[in-house]
Structure formats: C-alpha cells, structure tokens
Design a protein around this ligand. Structure first.
Ligand code: HSE
Length: 428
C-alpha cells in the first residue's frame, strides 16, 4: 500500500462524530477499499471535555478548528457549517495550504463555490462536497461524472427533508402548517430556527450546486426564484388530492429556450409518479439525462450515517487520486448566467379566499381573462352567503408572469381575503 492519507476533521457534531467513528471503527475495511490507509490524525472542535461516541484521545486536538489548515494532514474535512466565519476561513486556508478539502457545507459553496473552486484548481487539490446535497444519495458524483454523456436537460428534486416531512404530515393529519411545524420541532425533525428549511433557502443552496454540476453555471443564489411552504394550507393539500396531485417543495433546474430556469417552489406533482411518492424526511432527485433517459435517486438526505457515508465516499476518491474540477468543469468555464430566472410556462393551481357574494367569481375570471390566463377547471364549495369561501382553479398552460400580474390585481379586491395562492402543476 502507498502512503497513508492523513485526515484532519473539523466539527464534531452529529455528522463529524459519525465520520470520526467510521474512520476509527472501520479503518481496515475502508483503507482496503481506498487502496491506502485512511488515517485520522487531528480533530478540531471547541470543547475537548464533552463526552464523544468514540475515543479521540490519541489524536492531535485543535480548539481553534481554523488552525487545522496548517496541521500535517493531506485532507481537511469541514463539518462546522455556515457560509462565513470559521468554516469559510478553514476551507480557504486549507486549500491555499495545498490540502484537499471535503465539506458538507452547502451554504458555503452556494455563496462562495466559484471562488473556492478557483483556489482549489490553482493549488491542484480536490474540493469535494457529496455530503452537501441530499445526504447519502450519490447525486453529486452522478451529475459530475456518471451522467455526462448526453448532457442534462432537467433536474428536479425534493432536497429538504424537513419540508417533505411537514407536507407529508399535513396530508396525513389534516393539521395546519404551524401545528405540524411545532410537532416536528418537539420531535427534533425541525430546527428551533426553521427559517432556512421552510423558507426554501436550504433547497436553493443545494439546487445551486446541482445546477453548477449539471449545467456548468457558477452557483448564484440570486438567479434562483425561491419560495417556501409556510403559505400551504390543509385546503391546498385536500384540493391537490382531489385533482390527483400531491404538493412537494421542489428544487428545479431546466434548460429552456430562454435560458436556465432555476426555481425552488411548492409544486403539484401527479400522484403515483416517483417524486410524489417520496414520503417523510426522505430526499429524491429526478435527473433527465437526455437520450440516456430519466434517472431517479431516493434516500436519506440528512442525519449521521447517510451524511457520513457521503463524506467517506469523497475521502476514498481522494485517497485513490481521483482529482478533477469541483464542479466537473474548469472554474473559468463556469457560466455566470443571466440575471433572474426566465418566465416559466406551466399550468397553475390557484386558490382564492373570497367572500361568498354575487359577482366575485366573475371579477376573478375577468381579471384572469384580461391577463390572457385561461381556466381549465374550477371548484367552489359555498358555505353561507357573505362568509369566506375557497375558490380553486386550474389554469391552462401560460407564462407565470401573466398569472402573477393578474393575482396582484385580484388581491386588491375588497371581496378577496388575504393573498391568493399559486402553485405550478408539474408535468409527470
Ligand atoms: N435541514 C436539511 C433538511 C438537512 O431538512 O433536509 C441539511 O441540509
């Protein structure tokens, strides 16, 4: 066997602890698969006295994780998290010092991926991030290496387990978003501050990385139209079921005649199709790889073992000497892309909360007609005159901007309560 691969690990939380445990308890098997010894030599975490699942006493300990960049290691694993602060300082310093880096940090890469890829290339070292998207699902490697022959037309994914868990629970229980979120927090399925998950930001970080791999664009969050799930009501979920759909928060990137369309949006996904059937905290990605066909990946997108598994996959590649540009193309070739996402053409589900008064339906239909939005079907279940009632419509395919323009006008009506809800209908 050749020289051992010396590894320094920054961050000993759930995933970091799992990686340390694997590197120590399965050292022989993993080293055999890597073709050289995988040797954990140093760890960086603030609290040395905290009980750990594995004995780390023989390793060099750094209270300041950033200092790991200058220790005698070939690879630094960054599992601190956060787009700035110590994570960014460590990754930059480690790359500049000529060390390979493995990270699970999607926020860091979505904000600074281009510049970090440039440093890695200059230093001729690897920057690997399989664990940053969809936990244990090997989608980064698939898009970077395995599915390149015919190019990628579209990538659609359920990339946030918290949102998928909440939507699945809302459907199963009929409870409101707020109630299910509270329950998810008390069970530890949602963070105390869930805003990055439920607002779509975490999905956007992951989508930026998938787009870079699939379409050769530099990660740019500003080009991703991003919505969350907090406005989805039990009514929307019930109506979706009546129409034969389920609501999923999707990250979607696809080539269109007007450029690359990148979106994070709740979408109506036809029941019985692979993405619609993804339940609870699972993640899934559907990649349309042209003539090679569609490929569907599903698995655990978070947690100790799936994420640690992805980190080990990257380490084994590095140990074998498999290098290559972080995003599968030289950083100089990554396109910067145009400003905002192009206008999207789709059918739309629309829900209006209205006062059940004469003329309200005609007013809504009239505004939609003015914007040249054509209605395919409609449901209204009246309660009593003058009381709030939901009107639901499905439109024919049309540009999203036409629908949003019409909704802005409709929302100003004194018979329409709150903001209308608009959800694109996904093709199968
Ligand atoms: N918070 C994420 C999720 C996992 O709920 O899927 C880490 O990105």
């Amino acid at each position: 066997m050749s020289q051992p691969l010396k590894i320094a690990l920054a961050g000993l939380g759930t995933v970091g602890g799992g990686v340390a445990k694997l590197l120590l308890s399965r050292k022989e098997e993993l080293s055999a698969r890597a073709g050289r010894a995988l040797e954990l030599v140093a760890v960086g975490a603030r609290d040395r006295t905290k009980p750990r699942a594995v004995d780390l006493s023989s390793l060099t300990w750094f209270g300041d994780a950033v200092a790991l960049a200058s220790c005698d290691a070939d690879v630094v694993i960054e599992l601190i998290g956060g787009e700035e602060g110590p994570a960014r300082r460590l990754v930059e310093a480690a790359l500049r010092a000529g060390r390979h880096v493995v990270t699970a940090n999607k926020a860091l890469l979505a904000h600074h991926g281009l510049e970090l890829a440039q440093i890695a290339e200059r230093q001729n070292v690897s920057l690997r991030f399989e664990a940053a998207v969809a936990g244990g699902i090997p989608i980064v490697k698939a898009l970077r290496e395995s599915l390149i022959a015919y190019g990628i037309n579209a990538v659609r994914g359920i990339l946030n387990g918290t949102c998928n868990y909440i939507l699945t629970q809302m459907e199963a229980s009929g409870k409101s978003f707020a109630e299910v979120l509270r329950e998810a927090q008390s069970l530890g399925y949602a963070e105390a501050d869930p805003s990055l998950d439920i607002g779509g930001g975490d999905t956007a970080h992951k989508l930026a990385l998938l787009s870079a791999l699939a379409f050769g664009v530099a990660p740019r969050l500003g080009q991703i139209h991003t919505e969350g799930i907090a406005h989805i009501t039990p009514d929307d979920i019930r109506f979706a079921r009546e129409f034969g759909f389920r609501i999923k928060l999707l990250g979607m990137a696809r080539q269109t005649a007007n450029g690359l369309d990148q979106r994070v949006q709740p979408a109506m996904v036809r029941a019985g199709t692979p993405l619609a059937d993804v339940e609870g905290p699972f993640n899934a990605i559907l990649a349309d790889a042209g003539e090679a066909g569609p490929f569907f990946f599903e698995g655990r997108g978070a947690g100790e073992a799936p994420t640690a598994s992805a980190v080990i996959a990257d380490l084994v590649d590095i140990a074998r000497g498999t290098h290559g540009a972080p995003f599968g193309r030289p950083a100089a070739d990554l396109k910067s892309g145009a400003g905002e996402a192009p206008d999207r053409v789709s059918a739309y589900y629309l829900r209006f909360e209205v006062l059940d008064l004469p003329g309200v339906l005609a007013e809504i239909a009239g505004r939609l007609a003015e914007a040249e939005v054509s209605i395919e079907s409609m449901i209204q279940r009246g309660r009593s005159p003058g009381e709030p009632v939901a009107i639901v419509m499905i439109t024919h395919e049309c540009a999203q901007s036409r629908v949003t323009d019409a909704l802005k006008v409709i929302a100003t009506s004194d018979k329409v309560l709150g903001s209308p809800c608009m959800i694109p209908m996904e093709a199968a």
